[in-house]
Design a protein around this ligand. Structure first.
Ligand code: FPP
Length: 279
């Protein structure tokens, strides 16, 4: 948080937004469905790829702001397993943009102590994309600050399939398949996000009310924030607004508020008086 405030001046709107954020309750992990690049381009009569190009600017701003805020992890949904259905030239354009982003940003990722990790079925990507990703992952692997997960050729269901298969394979190798015990912890340990906390906050831009096969296991208790802002227009201000909104929520994880209110005491007395018929 201090890192962010250092970069702002008190006359900026982002300064007052940042001051509204409680540094002790900053989410550890934020996940984002970056949506609306195509509409952003269409509104300007540009080809769709220009929307994706503009989206790279938001990737940079949001990543750096999250690192300055002190987040442990940021997960960005860049390409889903379903996105192969798009026209070939758009898919190829996305790979070229990803290469451009990786080459341009590697030094600033290192400067900001960010570790980049690609999650998804990376082995099915074009070889030149895999090479660029491997290079940047290697160059940032010793960074200790925020982890940036880029979800590429990612699907929540394929992640679960991969996790179960990896679990079975490793038990087979260890000779423990017959006694394999599956728990929530073992499943989490085989996901691409193994070792990371689940996202506290899931943001989706462009107003669509869908999960789109993203982090299906990990978002069980995430707070969801949907904004009509299109991804290329989502910058530092919009991120800070999302965090202010998140901090106004009460997270109960299926429980109730802990304080015993007079109303709760009344509920207890009522329960004692009412005879509930049992079936
Ligand atoms: C969704 O918008 C966006 C994508 C499928 C790609 C996201 C890619 C980027 C932000 C740029 C490159 C990424 C990195 C990590 C460098 P859409 O095309 O579905 O928009 P629409 O719904 O308005 O058509």
């Amino acid at each position: 948080m201090k890192e962010l405030l250092k970069r702002l001046s008190p006359d900026e709107r982002d300064w007052s937004l940042a001051r509204e954020i409680d540094p002790k309750r900053i989410p550890a992990h934020v996940a984002i469905i970056m949506d609306g690049n195509g509409r952003w381009a269409r509104q300007r009569n540009f080809p769709r790829i220009m929307g994706h190009r503009a989206g790279i600017g938001s990737v940079k701003t949001v990543t750096e702001t999250c690192a300055q805020l002190g987040l442990e992890a940021l997960t960005l949904y860049a390409f889903s397993v379903e996105n192969w259905k798009r026209p070939r030239h758009e898919v190829e354009g996305l790979w070229r943009l990803l290469r451009h982003y990786l080459r341009r940003e590697v030094s600033s990722l290192i400067e900001n102590d960010i570790q980049l990790v690609a999650i998804g079925r990376i082995e099915s990507l074009p070889a030149f994309v895999q090479d660029e990703l491997t290079d940047v992952m290697e160059k940032t692997s010793r960074n200790q600050g925020m982890r940036l997960n880029l979800a590429i050729n990612y699907g929540g269901r394929t992640e679960l399939v991969d996790a179960v298969n990896a679990m079975i394979d490793s038990a087979r190798i260890d000779g423990t398949l017959d006694s394999l015990e599956v728990t929530e912890e073992t499943i989490s340990a085989y996901l691409y996000t193994s070792g990371l906390r689940d996202p506290d906050l899931l943001i989706r831009t462009s107003g669509e009310m869908r999960i789109s096969n993203f982090l299906l296991w990990q978002i069980a208790y995430s707070e969801i924030y949907v904004t009509s802002t299109l991804w290329p227009d989502f910058g530092r201000t919009e991120l800070l607004e999302a965090l202010v909104d998140y901090q106004r929520r009460e997270r109960r994880f299926g429980g109730v508020t802990r304080a015993v209110s007079p109303a709760a005491q009344e509920d207890q007395l009522l329960l004692e008086e009412i005879e509930v018929p049992l079936r």
